[in-house]
Design a protein around this ligand. Sequence first.
Ligand code: BGC
Length: 752
Amino acid sequence: MSDGRVDGLLSDLTLDEKLRLVRGRPDPEGRATGYVPGVERLDIPPLRLVDGPLGVRDREATAFPATIALGASWDPDLARRLGRALAAETRARGHDVLLAPGLNIVRVPTGGRNFEYLSEDPVLTSAVGAAYVDGVETGGVGATAKHFVANNQEHRRDTVDAVVPERALREIYLPGFRAAVDADASAVMAAYNRVNGHYMSENRRLLEGVLRGEWGFDGVVMSDWWGTHDAAAAAEGGLDLEMPGASAVELFAPHSRWLRAMLRLRLSDRLDLDPPLLWRLTDRLADEGQPDPYPFDFFGDPLRRAIDDGLVAEATLDRKVRHVLGLYERAGLLDGRSEGSARWGRAGDTAPSVDWDAHHDLAREVARRGTVLLANDGTLPLGEDDSLAVVGPNADEAKVGGGGSSEVTPTRTVSPVEGLRAGASRVTFERGVKRVANPSMFDLPGSGLRRRLRAGPDFDAAVRAAADADAAIVVVQDGATESEDRTSMALPGEQDRLVRAVAAENPRTVVVCRSSGPVEMPWASEVAAVVQTWYPGQADGAALADVLFGADPGGRLPLTVGRRFEDYTVAGDQRRYPGVNEHVHYDEGIFVGYRGFDRDGVAPRYPFGHGRSYADFAYADLAVERAAAAGGTDGDGTDGGGTDGGDLDAPAIDVTVTVANRAGRPGREVVQAYVEPPDPPGATARPGRELGGFVSVALDPGERRAVPLSVPRRALARYDPGAGWTVDPGEYAVVVGRSARGGRVRATVTVG
Ligand code: BGC
């Protein structure tokens, strides 16, 4: 950042004022999740940051589908549109930065925040994540890539040390963040956890070495909330902004409800305390105006002391202030005339008004496009004259999201029962089994009791209703939340028993699975159809009705659905998960998700990339050739010489395949190109296939289209800890088809 305005301000700021710009404070109005107060004397106004990935967490906003549903769309254009909509709502609520997207890889199938992430695969995560970032940024709001990096479990997330081999870091966990930086993300949020021995808020190697040094990131690195541990280490390690920076007294001010709720979340995993107990405790303290005992204030007095004592150079602080002011400048907050403000087009303009109906429709579209039709014996789509028995403990509520900082208060909701009633004339509803709790960090004491007082479920009545209907729709769900992992992949409560009992009575039983990630589906072969809708957001039931009555969903699995937890490579050894003595060892290396299933020869229930269509697609005429710009290897076969800065995004292989829709209805196909290791194989173990590129295409009835795809060098490269990115010369096979296991056509190309 060489902008004169920033330089000028920097020379005018006193030490105290500089410190005010690198440490958050509670928002005096209690609405922003994070707030930098600015410096009034120099007309530097407050900067406002707000959660989060599923929607804006300030009063009411559109509750969009969970990020994992967006991943399931495999559609960067859709992600860009969603990013734009989120930006508009962020601005309409008066904020400058959105604390999203979440770009961690789904490593643990039961991870508590899987719903906030995109995929188990770095290529899919990078493509959709970068487009999301681009949408937010071009919508005039700063995007925050989080949680950097290896925050792949919630269990002991704020102390655990993720011991990750360099190759796995480079090939699996870092690419999504690099893609976000390339897409010009304004900010990066450091994860709570440690990586290879150092807290991410002070991980100099990854923050200064990789993020800034190799990737050229010049935006703001902020801590996760209360994720700073030491002033000098964080200052030298590359952190710019401590969040939320609330002091004890401020935290318990009446407007700090969000902050207290977040603190509760954070302490519940640190202290292994029951969240309701923490709720009572923290609110009691708030009532009594008591200060809390925790120091969350490292970039306040402790940083000043570190500077006074010569432990941290003032120039280091200046660099942080420069990054923060750079963000101000992008937001047009400095004087509206500075160079950078044009970038967001915000100079002097007013916040846009939001077309909430259009955003509800977008939420519905994303929910539909993220829906994965896992199985269908022809029962779907339903006929409009079918009588339907809707069964399921929570089928009368929209599944708006998971618990934690991503919770959104929706502008309105459509439950599955409401959505289906709008599409069919005869719809009954029976809960069948006890309601599944939707954990919330904002649950008020007593709300659980109100729910318990609702009419009890009647299992037999649900089964009878199913028997009497033309088709039974069983809506099941899990209840995941930030700050804890799910305890198992099984659906909570008696939902499996309910599915089986209904399926035994009605051969046209459709299961609708609203889950944060993969769940066991022991009844999969007993039911007519399985529809995976993740956490579909506020338009849940409307999108569901669209799909069940015939709109082609278009979603494909962004992760592998195994039969059981033990099928995943993280299982079987406490070292790998949940960790031993605060260390979790990524011993499986790069063999995460489908890479692990393939290595171990384990058949998943549904493979990565799988999803059916109501249409019927044929593949032919695969042509693969070395891309004109590819140029083979760089003589010595390495690319980037040990860094992440090589031209890995240049196309390496051009692919064209003809896809024909043989059905009499329109459909959407996600064409997926997987790369197999080269022949001759090198000494380094490589996955049997890895996603290299993909494209989502809508085809009219009978339409045939040549679909071009590009596979970048990155997809051929492996990371060698000594030599860096390496493209081994040899013959690479490209397999194109419908999933990681659904190859339809194959061709080879020689590279290098
Ligand atoms: C979460 C972040 C979130 C922050 C502020 C933390 O608990 O990990 O994702 O942005 O709180 O709410």
